[in-house]
Design a protein around this ligand. Structure first.
Ligand code: FES
Length: 158
């Protein structure tokens, strides 16, 4: 698992931002763009740089779904929660994947190898129901295809 960045590295990364509420989101985005997530220590560094509280930064980071607070797993399955996918059985797909991976929606394996997260419609509804595996669409799923996919991700032989 990747180590957290140092405070010095983070201070340099967010040095351009000034005490201003309008700088909270750009600072969080900059950190996430660099590391792929918002390390806990980054919230303290941003708070100090913007002369505010870590609680305010944490509140913003947890309120907006664009931010992740943990490193991305090696394989991330995003389950589409959009209406077309759900009308075509998306909930059964989610249940099958959850049961096979043995992780809840929003959860990850203990070793960080894979995770299952909620996604929003990306406009490719013709391939509903679908998931994205590391952002690549895997569409027209059936329950049995979803189970095979999850076993594959988990590294289980069929
Ligand atoms: S509803 Fe799932 S891709 Fe549009």
């Amino acid at each position: 698992m990747q180590a957290e960045p140092s405070m010095q590295e983070l201070r340099e990364l967010v040095a351009e931002f000034r005490p201003n509420r309008g700088h909270v989101m750009p600072a969080l985005h900059k950190v996430q763009d660099r590391y792929g997530y918002i390390p806990r220590v980054a919230m303290d560094v941003i708070a100090r740089q913007l002369n505010t509280t870590p609680a305010l930064i944490y509140g913003a980071a947890t309120f907006y779904t664009d931010f992740r607070l943990h490193p991305r797993p090696e394989t991330e399955i995003s389950w589409c929660s959009g209406p077309a996918c759900r009308l075509k059985g998306g909930d059964r797909i989610r249940e099958a994947i959850q049961q096979t991976l043995e992780v809840p929606l929003g959860g990850e394996s203990e070793d960080g190898r894979y995770g299952l997260h909620i996604g929003q419609c990306n406009g490719t509804c013709t391939e509903a129901p679908q998931v994205w595996v590391n952002e690549k669409v895997v569409g027209n799923l059936t329950v049995s295809k979803a189970i095979r996919l999850a076993r594959d991700v988990k590294g289980e032989a069929e």
